[in-house]
Design a protein around this ligand. Sequence first.
Ligand code: HEC
Length: 167
Amino acid sequence: MKTVKTRCLGVIAMGAILLLPATLALAQTGNGSDVPAEVVERGRYIALTSGCNDCHTPNYSIAEGQVPEELWLTGDVLGWHGPWGTTYAPNLRLLAAKMDKQQWVEMTHSLRARPPMPWFNLNEMTAEDAGALYHYIRSFESLGEPAPAYLPPGETPPLPYVDFVLQ
Ligand code: HEC
């Protein structure tokens, strides 16, 4: 009897050990669902190499990418001023928090936006990559503040802003 019990306990312990790596490989996404850590990592890679940080993270280009990850994709107060008015790269964490993954992927494929947002590049992102980016953006606990609102043409924006002089 004793041996059977010990054996049972052994099996349970083995099961727990086998389950452990799987549990560790899951990352909390902040949206209540667990996704594999490699999906979140893929999303991070896409954010980094597709240039999203260049505009959607404060000071990113000027600081040559040396901005703490806690601030990534929280939007920027730098205005982009041109014939289209003044645009501000919005906080993507706040945007993603309002959507489920499917809505995010659909938005990625149908987005139209004013300059200098390269929406025509984003439209080409695969659903898988857009989904991974979504999970990465949702993995942050803190959402940050909204970026300033768009200003129509003819309104001089407050500093700092970039002036596009096209002719
Ligand atoms: C060159 C700067 C720049 C880059 C690079 C850039 N964005 Fe943007 N993005 C903007 C600006 C500015 C806006 C606001 C456009 C407007 O007001 O119409 C914007 C808007 C958006 C919107 C629409 C937000 C909304 O509230 O409707 C999404 C989504 C978005 N960007 C995602 C991305 C992603 C994902 C990447 C990387 C693949 C990226 N952007 C790269 C500047 C940029």
